[in-house]
Design a binder for this molecule. Structure first.
Ligand SMILES: Nc1ncnc2c1ncn2[C@@H]1O[C@H](COP(=O)(O)OP(=O)(O)OP(=O)(O)O)[C@@H](O)[C@H]1O
Length: 567
């Protein structure tokens, strides 16, 4: 699992997040509008507070005389509270929209990518916890970013109008906050990276340890892992504490810079008051207004820094999602318009098309096809014909590429050279979704979900599946009791039972969708001879008039072959 390290290169405002999601741009508009109203509220609140205090202390006004200002102040405070809740609601709406958009796009892309490209656990963590972390980005960080742009400008304008020296002091000291923030950020960058790496190592270590616990126990090595865990968690603790120290120091520095700046404003205002630069009720009111406004000018900038750290994980997750979205799927999109696939002239574009009026299943041809996995020697070149309507058994040695070949027919793998064709139409110009609908596939290790055997078999085809159809497939495959519970890791079933659940799925798919191609990868590898014979007998009617490709070394399977292929 890779750590979700914060985005270091693109800064904290990722336009792609806004472009990718409907409603997010509107949300920024809402934030800007609310920011303006909030600025007005800050200024109005300061004004009314100053006038009430100055009126009461310097002007000697009583409660009745001051009540209009007090009511106005209460209204301003209520408006601020209302704005905050509107802001919160808008933020959650926007975040929900962006998150579901990102999840949908990432899921679609993951389904287009070859299986195994991404670690399942990592992808699940990214799409669930990682993307959820964007809440902080939308609900806290972005609004503060907008406020940081609007509030100081509004306050400076008011200060410039009522007391220019304070405006100049704030103008001169305000940039210190982002400058200090950036300097501290740079300093913490490497440490934060190391912290993310340590978190990742710890997560890996734990996951591996738990998965391997039975083996470790069997070999009497479980106790020794305690030391290893101590080392990893110790490193994690040290790095966390060091990062926390920096976080506290950084907050202190920003706080100090803001406080000193406000103190300079306060001293200037105070000196002016003492030396008679500001006199009377109006003088005190102006002084108070400036003193109340000064910290408000620094506040949004300080908050931006604080909320950036909170939203870093969400940003990092978004970055990883964008990396996935940028990956080029091996199953490239269908051919551009004008090509045979697009016009439908010669292409296989639907299951119905494959079921030709002759009821003929396609001939599949691999011509000088070479497959290669990253970092591995390419597999040997292969030319092979799988004749229409016949059963071909692949008997090549283990590791020769039989499963790879089946994955390629489903579009999960692409040859680096050579071609694959269905009835002389190249796979690359076919609509992959349509091709997949024409195939029923039993992988070597059928994927299982948490649930009952029946629920697992029902994955064969979309839509409602009748109980009799389900029962027929389960019986034909000699699968276990449909009510039995299965875990996603296959526990609850033996390897042979799991294989028969996969076979029941294939048979059900064949019954419901009538695909003209069957691919079976080691269908009887874990079965005893009697069950194997029974299962192969059940398969016999399904093989008729279909192009069937089976990978197996078993003699009972080889006995049903019209053709055997080795390489
Ligand atoms: N995801 C992968 N990454 C790297 N190499 C892989 C991957 N999948 C398969 N290979 C390699 O490609 C080769 C062919 O694998 P494949 O599973 O297609 O063989 P096979 O003929 O089906 O083997 P078996 O009979 O043992 O199932 C093997 O050397 C295997 O190690």
């Amino acid at each position: 699992m890779t750590a979700l390290a914060p985005n270091r290169t693109r800064g904290s405002f990722d336009r792609r997040l806004l472009h990718r999601a409907r409603g997010a741009t509107a949300y920024i508009g809402v934030c800007a509008a609310l920011g303006l109203v909030q600025t007005a509220c800050v200024v109005a609140g300061a004004y009314f507070t100053a006038s009430v205090v100055a009126g009461a202390f310097a002007g000697g006004e009583d409660l009745a005389a001051l009540s209009p200002q007090i009511i106005a102040l209460a209204a301003v405070l209520a408006a601020r509270a209302l704005l905050a809740s509107v802001q919160e609601a808008a933020a959650h709406r926007a975040a929900a929209g962006v998150k579901s958009g990102l999840r949908r796009q990432a899921l679609e892309q993951l389904m287009r990518l070859p299986s195994g490209t991404h670690h399942t656990g990592e992808a699940a963590q990214l799409l669930v916890r990682g993307i959820d972390a964007l809440d902080d980005y939308f609900a806290r960080y972005l609004p503060q970013l907008v406020l940081a742009a609007v509030v100081p400008v509004g306050i400076l304008a008011v200060m410039l109008a009522v007391y220019p020296p304070a405006a100049l002091i704030v103008l001169a000291t305000l940039p210190l906050i982002p400058v200090f923030g950036i300097l501290i950020g740079r300093y913490t960058q490497t440490r934060a990276d190391r912290q993310w790496a340590a978190t990742s190592r710890l997560a890996h270590h734990f996951a591996d340890l738990v998965a391997g616990l039975p083996t470790l126990k069997a070999f009497g090595r479980a106790a020794r892992q305690t030391g290893a865990i101590e080392v990893t968690t110790g490193e994690y603790r040290r790095r966390s504490m060091s990062l926390l120290r920096i976080a506290f120091c950084s907050a202190l520095v920003l706080e100090l810079a803001a406080s000193l700046s406000v103190a300079v404003v306060a001293v200037t205002v105070g000196v002016d008051l003492v030396h008679g630069g500001m006199t009377g009720v109006l003088g005190l009111q102006t002084a108070l207004l400036v003193l109340i406004l000064a910290p408000e000018a620094y506040l949004p900038l300080r908050n931006v820094g604080a909320h950036y750290h909170a939203s870093a994980e969400g940003l990092a997750a978004a970055e990883k999602v964008f990396a996935i979205l940028a990956e080029r799927p091996e199953d490239a999109p269908p051919a551009p318009s004008g090509t045979p696939a697009a016009t439908g002239a010669t292409a296989i574009t639907s299951a119905a098309h494959l079921r030709t009026p002759l009821g003929r299943a396609p001939t599949i041809q691999f011509r000088r096809t070479v497959f290669a996995y990253p970092g591995r020697e390419p597999l040997p070149e292969l030319s092979l014909t799988v004749p229409a309507g016949q059963t071909t058994v692949l008997t090549a040695r283990s590791g020769a590429g039989k499963s790879t070949l089946m994955a390629a027919l489903l579009g999960f793998r692409r040859p680096v050279s050579g071609s694959i064709s269905f009835d002389d139409t190249d796979l690359t110009v076919l609509d992959l979704a349509a091709v997949r609908r024409t195939i029923a596939w039993l992988p070597q290790r059928p994927v299982l979900i948490d649930g009952t055997v029946a629920e697992n078999v029902r994955l064969a085809a979309p839509g409602d599946i009748s109980d009799p159809a389900l029962a027929k497939a389960i019986a034909a495959a000699h699968a276990p009791d449909p009510r039995r519970r299965v875990a996603a890791d296959g526990s609850g079933l033996s390897a042979g039972e799991a294989a028969r659940v996969g076979l029941a799925r294939l048979l059900l798919r064949a019954d419901l969708l009538d695909p003209p191609i069957l691919l079976l990868d080691e269908p009887t590898a874990h079965l005893d001879t009697d069950t194997e014979v029974a299962v192969l007998a059940s398969l016999a009617p399904y093989r008729e008039s279909r192009t069937v490709l089976i990978a197996s070394h078993r003699s009972a399977v080889r006995a049903i072959a019209d053709r055997e292929v080795d390489w």
